[in-house]
Design a protein around this ligand. Structure first.
Ligand SMILES: [Zn+2]
Length: 136
């Protein structure tokens, strides 16, 4: 995905989640957001809403990309949780990878338990539209 400011050291990589085409339920390499960011797999009412938590604490940037990204293509896709989980686990199993960031409600929903999976903090951007992996 399009690299952002903290990624110019060659140690970090952002990847879009895995999706299916909604009408056919066939897996696709496309994502609802053309840049990968800004169309989110939101928490359900029963799940922890980290984006709301951070926004309420004044971290306006946390959901910024969502606020500027047109949401029109969201309904053409469904989140492919099992495949996304496999991808995260593959990164965790690689000894070169130090940390993986994904939003807390998705870590819980996908039952991801590896200790490399961390919460990135409210000063970052939300990670329910992409996975962040880094070497250290
Ligand atoms: Zn990142």
């Amino acid at each position: 995905m399009f690299p952002h400011l903290s990624h110019n050291d060659g140690q970090k990589l952002d990847l879009a989640f895995c999706y299916k085409i909604k009408t056919t339920l066939i897996a696709t390499n496309e994502a609802p957001s053309p840049i990968g960011y800004g169309i989110c797999e939101e928490p359900t009412t029963a799940e922890k809403n980290t984006a709301e938590f951070c926004s309420q604490r004044g971290y306006w940037q946390y959901s910024f990309l969502k606020s500027v990204m047109p949401q029109g293509r969201k309904d053409d896709f469904v989140f492919y949780g099992e495949k996304t989980k496999c991808l995260v686990e593959l990164f965790c199993q690689d000894n070169r990878i130090g940390k993986v960031f994904i939003e807390p409600h998705l870590k819980l929903r996908l039952q991801l338990t590896n200790s490399k999976i961390r919460f990135h903090g409210c000063q970052a951007v939300r990670h329910d539209d992409h996975i962040h992996v880094q070497l250290n």
